[in-house]
Design a protein around this ligand. Structure first.
Ligand SMILES: [Zn+2]
Length: 176
């Protein structure tokens, strides 16, 4: 079975009001639709169906909600609608997969950017004298990104500070 997208095909309106007509252009082919035919076809394709518009050199031009297609296999409307639906479904599944892959890669990239190099840790620990820079506590200490990674903060020493867990939590709350 071969159903190919009619590349460059388009439905254009000519005229206004009661003079409005629609034309479908596909290659050198022009199919004119009067208002009633256009409305009827539109109802069919929005219902998931396919409408044969013209036959040229043994192939049929179909109009579907997903645009125009050429078919040279003598498919009927149900078969065309089914194939277009299948195309759409596969494309959705593919996009879904790609979104998941991208989200996973962004998460990896995020944690890579958040990791503080050992030499920066040593420098900051020494600079902050091994104490929470806010309250001076010497327990439950953590390295904190002054500007969070999610907001564009880096892992250079000037963006890293020593905080105790309590101060870190308070800070997170005030940012959120
Ligand atoms: Zn503290």
């Amino acid at each position: 079975m071969s159903l190919k997208r009619a590349v460059g095909a388009e439905v254009v309106r000519t005229g206004f009001g009661i003079f409005a007509r629609h034309e479908v252009h596909a290659g050198r082919l022009t199919v004119r639709l009067d208002r009633r035919a256009h409305e009827r076809h539109l109802a069919t394709i929005t219902g998931g169906g396919a409408v044969p518009l013209a036959t040229e050199a043994g192939r049929t031009l179909w109009w579907t909600a997903d645009g125009c297609y050429w078919d040279d296999d003598g498919l009927d409307a149900d078969a065309v609608a089914l194939l277009v639906w299948d195309r759409q479904r596969r494309q959705d599944a593919r996009l879904d997969r790609l979104r998941k892959i991208r989200a996973a890669e962004e998460a990896v990239e995020g944690s890579r950017r958040a990791r503080i190099p050992d030499e920066v840790r040593a420098f900051v620990w020494h600079r902050d004298e091994g104490r929470c820079v806010r309250c001076g506590a010497e327990e439950s200490l953590q390295f904190d990104h002054v500007i969070p990674v999610a907001k564009g903060g880096g892992v250079a020493a000037e963006n890293i500070q020593v905080l105790c867990a309590d101060c870190n939590r308070l800070k997170s709350d005030s940012i959120a």
